[in-house]
Design a protein around this ligand. Sequence first.
Ligand SMILES: Nc1ncnc2c1ncn2[C@@H]1O[C@H](COP(=O)(O)OP(=O)(O)OP(=O)(O)O)[C@@H](O)[C@H]1O
Ligand SMILES: O=P(O)(O)O[C@@H]1[C@H](O)[C@H](O)[C@@H](OP(=O)(O)O)[C@H](OP(=O)(O)O)[C@H]1O
Length: 297
Amino acid sequence: MFKIPPHQVAGHHASNGTLGPLVDDSGRFYKPLQGDERGSAEFEFYEQFSSNAEIPDRIRRFFPVFYGTRVMNASDGLEHPHLVLQDLASSRTNPTVMDIKIGSRTFGPDASNDYIAKCLKRDRETTSIRLGFRISGLQVYVSEELGFYKPHRDLVLKSSVDDVKLLFRRYVSSNPSDSNPDYALAPNVYGRPNGILAQLLELKAWFEDQTIYHFCACSLLFMFEKAMASEGAGSNAQVKLIDFAHITEGRGVIDHNFLGGLCSLIKFISEVLEDPDDHKTREGDTRESTISVDNGH
Ligand SMILES: Nc1ncnc2c1ncn2[C@@H]1O[C@H](COP(=O)(O)OP(=O)(O)OP(=O)(O)O)[C@@H](O)[C@H]1O
Ligand SMILES: O=P(O)(O)O[C@@H]1[C@H](O)[C@H](O)[C@@H](OP(=O)(O)O)[C@H](OP(=O)(O)O)[C@H]1O
């Protein structure tokens, strides 16, 4: 039985008869292959990556498992080929999720002029150029009664640098929609030897050396379960890499675009741990109007 992923926070969405990913009950995530070169690029990446002996296991664990492709009836009612991936949310009950697109440049070297113009506009309008990443979407589990805090995509994309700081605090707060988020879960989710910061640092160490791929326009997906994080089970926080439609060969060159964005992201997450009150000096800019609580679970 296929359904729209209940915890998808960004990207193409399978609602209103449009083409988007589906999940099943067995823990698989079906991503429709985009009909153009984006689809073939992502498929080729997964195929090549799956059998690439140069990827250490400690790095492979950051990627969804790839189970091949399948032609199936898609969310738009037509038959399409799909990538069959591990559903990263399938083992979770109420995942708190954030999708962060890494890199100040989101188009590859072979992109058309029209595509470059579209991406440059988007990169300038968001924090991509300024910070080397942008938050594409998030949901924070609040409670059984209130559901999820899930600010609208357009408002998330409009985030200023201060909004981004605040969103990283809301992400680990038990009261995310409050004007004074408590960042109560920050030590257990961002900190700890196996928390998000430690995982980002491990990825960074690999990106400082690897010249196999350039991860253009990829996202990092953060996920944790509030109930476990509240009990201090830091290991339930996970970082994954997703979205490989614009990946290119590294040809012996460091992926500066991804590495730069990752370093910038690490600084923002470190600051929440070191100086959680930093955003309070700018409390006037908390944009309460962006807040909507989504109870649709
Ligand atoms: N393997 C996965 N398991 C669970 N959820 C996933 C997985 N891959 C992606 N998602 C969810 O789907 C969203 C979109 O994924 P992805 O970026 O791959 O799609 P996209 O349509 O190519 O996005 P974009 O339009 O940004 O290029 C992510 O933000 C995440 O919430
Ligand atoms: O991050 P945003 O601001 O939501 O913008 C989207 C993002 O740049 C995606 O990467 C892109 O899809 P591709 O990476 O697959 O090109 C998509 O284009 P699209 O809607 O034209 O597919 C954009 O709408």
